[in-house]
Design a protein around this ligand. Sequence first.
Ligand code: KG4
Ligand code: ZN
Length: 344
Amino acid sequence: MICLGIETSCDETSIAVIERKTDLSLPTILYHKIFTQDEHIKFGGVVPEVASRGHLQILPAMFQDFIDNSKVKMKDISHIATTTGPGLIGCLTVGSQFGKGLALANDIPFISVNHIKAHILSVKINNKIDFPYVAILTSGGHCQIILVNGYNDMTILSATADDSAGEVLDKVARMLNLSPPNGATIEECADEFTTSNEKLLENLFKQPKFKIENTMSFSGFKSKARQFINQHPNILKDDKLKSDFCKTFQVAVFKHIIETTSNSIVKLDGIDTIAIVGGVAKNKLLLTSLKNKIPNYNIVAPPPNLCTDNGAMIAFAGIEKVCSVDNFDTELCATSRSNWSVEE
Ligand code: KG4
Ligand code: ZN
């Protein structure tokens, strides 16, 4: 199968082509381009209308570039997969209408892909792992721990009751005037940490155990950060304090994810692999902490460019979806959905 994938659910526009020769072999990425819209930085977050207009402009140009410069030709493509949810509805509509138009014009089956499932499966692009495995999905919009038995069989073991970890990283980065305000700049800032503010920051993010079983909560970290920054406004100019604060904050957020994962997996039989996926999986501290704290499991992650939103994971999820059902036809009638659970 050779599948073209289109991703436009938020502020990344991406086109990729993936080939998988057999169910047992790793796929090959034949083409992959990702464009990140940066006009949202000045607003401090993604503006949905601006994002959809951005996709409308960029996607046809990216597709033309694919036609002009890729070694893969349209006649080689066997399927077209597009994100149809969850995400920003205007953005999803741009991508899925484009994908459906292409599918119709070229008489190729259209595959409607769930963006979250694509993140969860993205780890199989570079790692030879089998179902079942447990995925920690930590992105800007979601934080969930999921038992993955196959494309059509995923169960949420734990989820956040409020913000996602990525959202809290983004909001705190904004409070600290980091640019661009996101988890990557928090990570960069934390890399410069010292030990000079240990006492001051020691108990800052200690939070009482969250009472509801199988539930995470990140909004408390955000409130504690806000209080600390208000009480210590010098942090905005004191680079050492900023780095130490970022390090302490990251450690606390990741400890909560890792402890919840440990609690979720103890009850499961037959699981030896834990995948960390989604934008926050790019974080090196999170990956090494997971390996240290949960040593008896095979911990895997996609390469950094496949952690954040990308078309390759959509193309790959399309292939997995087609292989998971008998006689896959086409899904031209699929509608875009802002909410779409992996359990549906
Ligand atoms: O998966 P993604 O690209 O978009 C969604 O589907 O939401 O994830 C974006 C999230 C943002 O919250 C961003 O701050 C976070 O991934 N992120 C990181 C890093 N790079 C991106 N978080 C921690 N460390 C990073 N290096
Ligand atoms: Zn995503």
